[in-house]
Design a protein around this ligand. Structure first.
Ligand code: DUC
Ligand code: ZN
Ligand code: ZN
Length: 472
């Protein structure tokens, strides 16, 4: 028998389907054996009393995105993938943004250069399409999809990003023809502009008014419209970062009507509320993200979406800015109005502990659904399955070993990211990822970084199996 490189012994192995006490044998970065008495190995990891889960896949993170307003994202590929590993993740999927007038190929060259030699865990890129010209739609996107960039995000709001309904239809039509998956940021641009202007005229400019500038109907209407446009083209779409009941129910209704509409929610919609934006002085800026956190009833609706399968993926929407920094949340312009506070909060390392503790430990979801929501469904949705997202023979040995009883009070210093705060400071969780392994190599162990920068690989992706099945 050929010696194994690693055996993970005695743990409870959990996939989206099964829970089994067995050993995991690893050779050349892949899982080659599951069972007992697997024979000699160069390294043995004792996982008795621990859970052995597929490493988290976070299919919605923002790293190293350039901006033109003087703000700077707090995480590059080094700190972002390092923090991901501390949070039990083995693959993250950031977005390569196209600037208006820019070729997406050029944007990708720049973005790849930033990732090169930097990553601790594996990465794959979505695209952000902000300028869907004839050339982009007819030439660039079809070729890029064949090259493994099989998903792209479109925005229905934001200056410089918002697409018209006509442009949305054109992008969806390209996706329909090529088998790509479109991710939609669903908020009504004109409504936000109107409400923002009205709030500013009334002097209501503190961070907490951010939430009032984009209330639930803004999101619900855009969600409904995105779904209607997708129905016209007969193309699957993913509604990302759903924050409330009315939008969740739009997705659910579409699914019940047989449309292939996918949904995602995020930790901020489970454990934060708009009251968090009320903090004194500018401290509410720490929670400014879009859609904004809502209220307790909205949290309950997001749980319902996770429990019933309306949401198939749970992502962080990690979009980090430093707080006490003129290039971050405290940018001088942000003091004049919430409009200028950079939009987004860190969460790549908090995502899994929060869902484990609030979901599994509190009995809202079982372990198999936890794995589906945090790893397997991401891999299936975005063309990485079965290489990623499960524990099976032949799959990459991307594994997070969890201590399901460990109690942790979240402190920013645990996350090792590039920001200077976490919106989840002092939140108490039970269950913690104690060892993170990427392709058979331990990257984080017991709170220590032991992986090598540059070990993380870029992954070209297949087309989404959900999209392929729909188009068959
Ligand atoms: N949308 C995101 O997906 N992330 C951060 C900000 C935003 O608007
Ligand atoms: Zn978004
Ligand atoms: Zn995002």
């Amino acid at each position: 028998m050929q010696t194994l490189d690693v055996v993970i012994r005695g743990g409870t192995v959990v996939t989206a389907a099964d829970t089994t006490v067995c050993d995991v044998g690893i050779r050349d970065g892949r899982i080659v054996a599951l069972g007992h008495d697997l024979g000699p190995a160069q390294q043995t990891i004792d996982a008795t009393g621990r859970l052995v889960l597929p490493g988290g896949i976070d299919s919605h993170v923002h790293l190293a995105q350039p901006s033109s307003d003087g703000t700077v994202m707090a995480d590059d590929f080094v700190s972002g993938t390092r923090s991901a590993a501390f949070g039990g993740n083995t693959t993250v999927m950031p977005f390569c943004p196209q600037e208006k007038g820019q070729s997406i190929r050029q944007a990708l060259r720049d973005y790849h250069a930033k990732a090169e030699g930097a990553c601790y865990v594996d990465v794959s890129f979505h695209l952000i399409v902000s300028d869907p010209t004839e050339q982009v739609l007819g030439q660039e996107l079809p070729a890029l999809i064949e090259d493994g960039y099989t998903s792209f995000k479109v925005y229905m709001t934001y200056e410089g990003l918002a697409l018209s309904d006509h442009q949305m239809l054109e992008v969806m039509d390209t996706a329909r023809q090529t088998g790509a998956l479109v991710m939609v940021h669903a908020e009504n641009y004109d409504a936000i502009r109107f409400l923002t202007n009205r709030l500013e005229r009334a002097g209501q400019t503190a961070p907490r008014f951010h939430a009032l500038s984009r209330p639930i109907p803004v999101e619900r209407e855009a969600t409904h419209r995105a779904i209607s446009l997708a129905e016209l083209i007969d193309v699957p779409i993913m509604i990302v970062h759903v924050s409330n009941r009315e939008s969740m129910e739009e997705v659910r209704r579409a699914q019940q009507r047989g449309l292939k509409i996918l949904g995602e929610t995020c930790p901020q919609y489970l454990v934060l509320t708009e009251r968090d934006l009320d903090g004194l002085n500018m401290s509410g800026a720490k929670y400014v993200c879009s859609p904004p956190p809502r209220d307790l009833a909205s949290q309950q609706a997001c749980w319902e979406g996770l429990q019933t399968g309306v949401f198939s993926v749970f992502s962080s929407d990690h979009c980090p800015y430093r707080y006490d920094d003129p290039q971050g949340k405290l940018t001088p312009k942000g003091r004049t109005s919430f409009r200028w506070v950079p939009n987004g909060i860190p969460g790549v390392a908090a995502r899994l502990p929060i869902l484990f503790s609030e979901g599994v430990v509190k009995g809202r979801i079982d372990l198999n659904r936890f794995v589906a929501l945090t790893a397997t469904n991401h891999a299936k949705t975005y063309g990485l399955y079965p290489r990623k997202g499960t524990i099976a023979i032949g799959s990459d040995a991307d594994i997070a070993i969890w201590d399901p009883k460990k109690k942790v009070t979240i402190k920013h210093e645990l996350f090792h990211d590039g920001s200077d705060y976490t919106p989840y400071e002092d939140f108490e969780v039970t269950g913690w990822p104690v060892t993170t392994m990427v392709r058979g190599r331990v990257v984080v162990d017991q709170g220590e970084l032991v992986g090598a920068q540059g070990y993380g690989q870029y992954l070209a992706r297949d087309k989404s199996e959900l999209v392929k099945r729909h188009l068959m």
